[in-house]
Design a protein around this ligand. Structure first.
Ligand code: C2E
Ligand code: MG
Ligand code: MG
Ligand code: MG
Length: 291
């Protein structure tokens, strides 16, 4: 039918595109509104050191508590915010909120752990280190409480420029980790020059452990290389005891995943921290998570 009537199919295609654009504009204006209206919220997911079984960090993950749509996951608005530039304002809010929360936990006398904030490529500008320093100062937050997670795509821009920004952040005492490692295209020759503390093995590799030989080989190789370069290595998306055991034997330093804890609102995170995670070993953490 379309072949006989090309005009109709063109019109249909245009209508479809407009709908896509309209949808994007709706999300964008909604997100702008959400920022000013307190609809964004951070959830926190614990990170454990394998050797000591201790909680060593947490990742702050943003959600949009939409009045009609409910809890909207970041995959539905972060990529759009990245393409429109609104990610800069979202990122400012996330850093502010994470530092405020870390300062509360610091003041409550909790044993220190690093609170990691995801930073998109577009936020990685020369003004970032100053903003981080200023936020730490304002909350009187010890810089060792903060970590920034950046993805390999950030490193594909102007490398010298990016390294200079990383050096300034690192000089503040704030840790840097390379997120979703193995999924990007960053060259190994640059890897040795980045002032990073931690490599994060992407969940897509963790998922295949222990049955997929390629995923096992990739994970082991990242762990070996990362550690030889003097970095810590963490695996994200750890869901099973078998994955934990493989990672332990491969020499991985830390794990994060549903096996130990899903991302939780601050209050529930703190409750689990006080009632379980501060007191118990990894086996117990795993079994309590499964329960
Ligand atoms: P990411 O930084 O790689 O975060 C890890 C994602 O894996 C999170 O998804 C987390 O909930 C999920 N995850 C952790 N453990 C498991 C597991 O055992 N199984 C499964 N199936 N998933 C697990 P989430 O919260 O949906 O975030 C998705 C992505 O959105 C993040 O990936 C990050 O790239 C982005 N994102 C989230 N919050 C922010 C933010 O504040 N700023 C920026 N720029 N990006 C963010
Ligand atoms: Mg991350
Ligand atoms: Mg990640
Ligand atoms: Mg990932």
């Amino acid at each position: 039918e379309h072949a006989e009537n090309p005009d109709r199919s063109v019109a249909f295609y245009r209508l479809d595109m407009n709908e896509g654009m309209q949808q994007r504009m709706l999300i964008e204006s909604g997100l702008r509104h959400a920022l000013g209206n307190g609809e964004l919220i951070l959830h926190y997911q614990p990170k454990f050191e394998i050797g000591s079984s201790r909680l060593v960090g947490a990742e702050a993950l943003v959600r949009w508590r939409h009045p009609v749509r409910g809890m909207v996951p970041p995959i539905e608005f972060i990529p759009l915010a990245e393409s429109t530039g609104l990610i800069v304002q979202v990122g400012e809010w996330v850093l502010e909120q994470a530092c405020a929360q870390a300062a509360i936990w610091q003041r409550a006398g909790l044993p220190p752990f690093r609170l990691a904030v995801n930073v998109s490529a577009r936020e990685f500008t020369p003004s970032l280190p100053g903003r981080v320093a200023e936020t730490l100062r304002r909350y009187r937050l010890d810089p060792h409480w903060l970590e920034l997670e950046i993805t390999e795509s950030t490193l594909m821009h102007d490398i010298e420029h990016v390294i200079a920004i990383m050096d300034r952040i690192s000089a503040l005492g704030v840790a840097l980790s390379l997120d979703d490692f193995g999924t990007g295209y960053s060259s190994l020759s640059y890897l040795k020059r980045f002032p990073i503390d931690t490599l994060k093995i992407d969940r897509s590799f963790t998922t295949g452990i222990p049955l997929d030989p390629s995923d096992c080989a990739i994970a082991s190789t990242i762990i070996g290389m990362g550690r030889k370069l003097g970095h810590r290595v963490i695996a994200e998306g750890v869901e099973t005891v078998e994955q934990l055991e493989f990672l332990r034997q491969a020499g991985c330093d830390e794990v994060q995943g549903y096996l130990y804890g899903k991302p939780l609102p601050a209050y529930e995170f703190e409750k689990s921290l006080r009632e379980n995670w501060l007191l118990m070993g990894m086996g117990e953490a795993a079994s309590s998570a499964v329960r």
